[in-house]
Design a protein around this ligand. Structure first.
Ligand code: C2E
Ligand code: MG
Ligand code: MG
Ligand code: MG
Length: 285
């Protein structure tokens, strides 16, 4: 009887593994067609200047409207896109769509808004990256100074010498760079000093326990001090409460992003925020 049990378990395990592989393959097949079937779209999350309370930028965040499964999060399909190399065409589409959107808000609202676009490691290592960035800017007419590319510590530190060359090429185009999810990876301070990066985004995991968590408060304050010492702009991500915002303001944080300031939103919602030029973008207490 016990033997039987084991057998059943093994069988159960292998069938669930098969199912996992099949659903993985199915998702991959679907992702291959997602671009041509127009199933991908972007949402934009506001980045607010703590001192002026104005919206100064947005981050483009991709979504997949799957015909059967509904909306799939990038945390599920971006790793798959990375694995399969599909991230290169998908990333190019994201970049073009985001630049085009920033330009059309500018035409529509007469306000400039910085567009932040996430780049994955594979895109960063792609030898055609500069060319792809230049052509997205040329074709849409977006000022390169309004484009910011977000890279993670892992991407930057993986091959720091090659990174220096790529960063120099990108800075030559005139776009800005930022380090995303800062504090979760391994940064060499020696390289951090040498990389020409405009901003640091403090990872949400440090912000989420604030203001009570004294260790995360100490880390957040230290990251802000270091970034300012290196003449970098600091962005806090994942700001969910007014108390967190107050503390971040006391710490001298420059920009904030999070559900308290605004969820990732459609182009129309962002256009509405931009049209209220000169009015406070921060929620009223
Ligand atoms: P990320 O770049 O760190 O983006 C921030 C994530 O935090 C977004 O999740 C955003 O919706 C979420 N978020 C923002 N504010 C809050 C908050 O107050 N609380 C909480 N709990 N979460 C908040 P999302 O959109 O699911 O994206 C997840 C990750 O997927 C991104 O993390 C980024 O690494 C990746 N990603 C998204 N779009 C793209 C893309 O176009 N290209 C690439 N390569 N990666 C992307
Ligand atoms: Mg990001
Ligand atoms: Mg981030
Ligand atoms: Mg993050």
């Amino acid at each position: 009887h016990a033997k039987n049990c084991g057998k059943n378990n093994a069988k159960l395990y292998s069938s669930s593994l098969t199912m996992q592989i099949m659903s993985h393959v199915k998702l991959e097949v679907g992702l291959r067609k997602a671009l041509q079937n127009h199933e991908l779209y972007l949402l934009y999350q506001p980045q607010i200047d703590v001192r002026s309370t104005e919206i100064v930028g947005v981050e483009a965040l991709v979504r997949w409207r799957h015909p059967e499964r509904g909306i799939i999060s990038p945390t599920e399909f971006i790793p798959l896109a990375e694995e399969t190399g599909l991230i290169v065409p998908i990333g190019e589409w994201v970049l073009r769509t985001a630049c085009n959107q920033a330009k059309s808000w500018q035409r529509q609202t007469r306000r400039s808004v910085r567009m932040a676009v996430n780049l994955s490691a594979k895109q960063f290592k792609d030898e055609n990256l500069s060319q792809i960035v230049v052509s997205a800017l040329d074709d849409t007419g977006l000022d390169p100074r309004l484009l910011e590319l977000e890279l993670t510590e892992g991407t930057l530190m993986d091959d720091a010498k090659a990174t220096l060359v790529t960063l120099e090429q990108l800075r030559g185009i005139g776009v800005y760079l930022s380090i995303d999810d800062f504090g979760t990876g391994y940064s060499s301070m020696n390289y951090l000093k040498r990389f020409d990066v405009r901003s640091l985004k403090i990872d949400r995991s440090f912000i989420c326990g604030l203001p009570q968590d004294s260790e995360n408060a100490a880390i957040t304050r230290a990251i802000i001090a270091m970034a300012h010492g290196l003449k970098m702009v600091v962005v806090a991500e994942g700001v969910e409460t007014g108390e967190q915002l107050v503390l971040l303001e006391q710490f001298g944080c420059d920009l904030v992003q999070g559900y308290y300031l605004g969820h990732p939103a459609s182009p129309d919602v962002i256009a509405g925020m931009l049209q209220k030029a000169g009015t406070a973008a921060l929620p009223q207490e």
